[in-house]
Design a protein around this ligand. Structure first.
Ligand SMILES: Cc1cc2nc3c(=O)[nH]c(=O)nc-3n(C[C@H](O)[C@H](O)[C@H](O)COP(=O)(O)OP(=O)(O)OC[C@H]3O[C@@H](n4cnc5c(N)ncnc54)[C@H](O)[C@@H]3O)c2cc1C
Length: 496
C-alpha cells in the first residue's frame, strides 16, 4: 500500500490548511468542501475510485484538446508512487486550471491563451452567465480588453457614455458631468454581460471551457500539484489553480479567506429594451433618494441597463416578478425614466442580490497565494459596486496574472521532453514567486478602491433627511470629475 493510500485508510482527515508536503508526512492533505465526500476510510476509497472509473469517458473529452495531459498520463510518474497511484493521480494533468467562467475566469484563460499557455476552465453552469444584465466598463477595463484583443469588437456594439446626470427623485438635476469634455482617453460604456463573456470566450480553443463542472473539493498532492474534484466525479490535477469562482468562492474558502461582509444594502439590476429608441442621448442618469438610489445607463440606441440599490437585510429573492414589483415600489413617484426602464425589462434579465465585500490586506490574514493556488476577480476582492469597478478590476487581474505566470511556467515543448510529470521544483518556486508578485501588485491597487467604494456606499445609502439634504446641496459644489475618476486610469499593461 502506498503512503497516500495508507493515509486515507488510516482515516487521516484533519481537513486543515493547504499542505504541499509529501503525502507520507502530510497529515492534513484534504480540505473538505462537502461533508462525506472525501472521507478517509475504506468504503470511501471505493467511492473515490468511482470518479476515476467514470473519468475514462470524460477523459477522452479532456485529452482530445489537451494532448499534454495525455502524454503525461503515459509517462512514468516516478519512484515515489505506486503503479496504481500513477494511473490514479495523473489522469488529467494541466498547467493551469481556472475555476469559474465569469469575467475573471474567461479573461484569465484568454490572457494565458494570448501568451501561448493552455489552461482548462471549469464552470459549474450549463452555459455562460447572463444574470447581472450589464456592467459599466471604465477606461481601465478598456485598456485590459485591448491587451486581450477584444476591445474593438465590443466598442462597435456599445456606445461611449457622453455624460452623467445626477438627479433628485422628482427628476430635477443636481449635477451634470460631461465625460466627453474630460480627458481624451476617458471611456465608459455600458456592456451587456453576455456579450462581454462571449467576446472573451470566442477566441479560446474548443474544449478550453468545460461546463457543468462544479468544483467541490481541492487538495495538495505530493510534489506540489493541486487536485480538484468536480461534482460530476471528474478529478483533475494542475500546477497552478486559479479561483475565479466569484463571491462565494470555494477556492477562497479553501485558502481560509474570511466570509465577505454584508454592506447593509442590496441591488436589483435589469436590462430594458426600447424598440423605438431609448431617448437617453448617450447619457447615464443617477437618481438619489433616501436609502435608495437608482441608475440608468444607455448601451446602444435601443437598450439601457439599470440598477437600484436599497437598504435591506439582503434576503434572497429569486422570483423575477417579485423583484420587479419590489423595485417599482421603491421608486414610486420618481422620475418616469426609471419606472419605464423597470417595466421594459424581461424577467430573464432581472436579478437581485445582497451586497458584500472583503478587503484585501497584505498581512495579518491568510496569504493571497499559496503553493500554486491563487484567486482573481470577486473570489479575491469582492467589492461594493459603488464605483463600478469590480468587473473592471477582474479584467486587470487577468492581464497581470497571466503576464506574471508566463515567465514562470516551463514552455509546453520543453516540458514534453521531461521524462516524468514530477513537478520541477525550480518551476514550482518560479510559479510561487510569480503569484506573489501578482498579489503584491493587486492588493496595492484594490485595497484603496474597496475602501473608497465602501465609504461612498455609506454616504449614498444614508436614509437620514439631514444627511441626504446636505449631500444633495454639497454634491454640485464639491464634486470634481477628475477626483471621481482618477482610479479608472490605471493601466494594466499589455500581453507582449
Ligand atoms: C449591483 C452590481 C453592479 C455592478 N456594477 C458593476 C459595474 O458597473 N462595473 C464593474 O466593473 N463591475 C460591476 N459589478 C461587479 C461585477 O459584477 C463583478 O465584479 C464581476 O461580475 C466579477 O466577475 P467574476 O468573474 O470574478 O465573478 P462572477 O461573475 O461571479 O463569476 C464567477 C463564475 O464562477 C462560477 N462558479 C462559482 N462557483 C463555482 C464552482 N464551485 N465551480 C465551478 N464554477 C463556479 C459561477 O457560475 C460564475 O460563472 C457590479 C456588481 C453588482 C452586484
Amino acid at each position: 500500500m502506498n503512503s497516500a493510500t495508507a493515509s486515507l485508510e488510516q482515516g487521516v482527515l484533519d481537513l486543515g490548511t493547504p499542505c504541499v508536503a509529501n503525502l507520507s508526512t502530510c497529515k492534513t492533505p484534504i480540505r473538505q468542501m462537502r461533508p462525506n465526500t472525501w472521507v478517509a476510510n475504506k468504503s470511501v476509497l471505493q467511492h473515490r475510485r468511482q470518479p476515476f472509473t467514470r473519468l475514462m469517458s470524460s477523459r477522452q473529452r479532456f485529452s482530445r484538446v489537451y494532448a499534454t495531459a495525455t502524454s503525461m498520463e503515459a509517462a512514468n510518474v516516478g519512484a515515489k508512487t505506486s503503479t496504481e497511484d500513477n494511473s490514479r493521480q495523473f489522469q488529467n494533468l494541466h498547467d493551469v486550471v481556472i475555476v469559474g467562467g465569469g469575467i475573471a475566469g474567461l479573461a484569465t484563460a484568454l490572457a494565458l491563451h494570448r501568451l501561448g499557455i493552455k489552461s482548462l476552465l471549469l464552470e459549474q453552469a450549463e452555459q455562460l452567465r447572463t444574470a447581472g444584465a450589464a456592467i459599466g466598463l471604465w477606461t481601465n477595463a478598456w485598456k485590459a480588453l485591448e491587451a486581450l484583443g477584444v476591445a474593438d469588437s465590443l466598442r462597435k456594439k456599445f456606445i461611449k457614455i457622453a455624460g452623467i446626470e445626477f438627479l433628485e427623485q422628482d427628476g430635477s438635476c443636481l449635477l451634470s458631468l460631461r465625460l466627453d469634455e474630460g480627458p481624451s482617453d476617458l471611456e465608459l460604456r455600458g456592456v451587456e454581460r453576455k456579450a462581454l463573456l462571449e467576446a472573451l470566450r470566442e477566441p479560446l480553443p474548443d474544449g478550453a471551457v468545460i461546463y457543468e463542472s462544479r468544483v467541490i473539493g481541492i487538495r495538495k498532492l505530493a510534489g506540489g500539484y493541486t487536485e480538484v474534484e468536480c461534482e460530476n466525479g471528474d478529478i483533475i490535477q494542475t500546477k497552478v489553480l486559479i479561483g475565479c469562482d466569484g463571491i462565494g468562492s470555494v477556492v477562497a474558502k479553501w485558502m481560509n479567506m474570511g466570509e465577505p461582509r454584508f454592506a447593509g444594502y442590496a441591488a436589483t439590476r435589469g436590462l430594458a429594451v426600447y424598440p423605438d429608441g431609448n431617448n437617453l442621448h448617450n447619457e447615464a442618469k443617477m437618481i438619489m433618494g433616501r436609502g435608495v438610489r437608482a441608475g440608468i445607463v444607455p448601451m446602444d440606441a435601443n437598450r439601457a441597463y439599470w440598477f437600484m440599490v436599497f437598504n435591506s437585510s439582503g434576503e434572497r429573492v429569486t422570483d423575477a416578478e417579485l423583484v420587479r414589483k419590489e423595485a417599482l415600489d421603491y421608486v414610486k413617484g420618481w422620475s418616469s425614466t426609471i419606472t419605464e426602464a423597470i417595466n421594459r425589462s424581461s424577467p430573464d434579465n432581472l436579478s437581485r442580490r445582497g451586497i458584500a465585500d472583503r478587503w484585501m490586506w497584505p498581512a495579518g490574514g491568510p496569504p493571497l497565494c499559496n503553493n500554486g493556488v491563487t484567486l482573481a476577480g470577486d473570489a479575491m476582492h469582492p467589492m461594493t459596486p459603488n464605483l463600478g469597478q469590480g468587473g473592471c478590476c477582474a479584467l486587470e487581474d487577468a492581464v497581470i496574472l497571466a503576464r506574471a505566470l508566463s515567465k514562470a511556467l516551463v514552455s509546453n515543448d520543453s516540458r514534453q521532453l521531461n521524462e516524468s510529470p514530477e513537478f520541477d521544483l525550480k518551476e514550482l518556486e518560479r510559479i510561487n514567486l510569480a503569484l506573489k508578485s501578482y498579489t503584491d501588485v493587486r492588493w496595492r491597487r484594490i485595497l484603496p478602491l474597496s475602501i473608497r467604494s465602501y465609504m461612498i456606499g455609506v454616504l449614498l445609502q444614508s436614509d437620514s433627511v439631514l444627511v441626504c439634504s446636505v449631500r444633495n446641496k454639497l454634491l454640485p459644489k464639491l464634486f470634481k470629475l477628475e477626483r471621481f475618476i482618477d482610479h479608472s486610469f490605471f493601466d494594466c499593461g499589455t500581453l507582449q
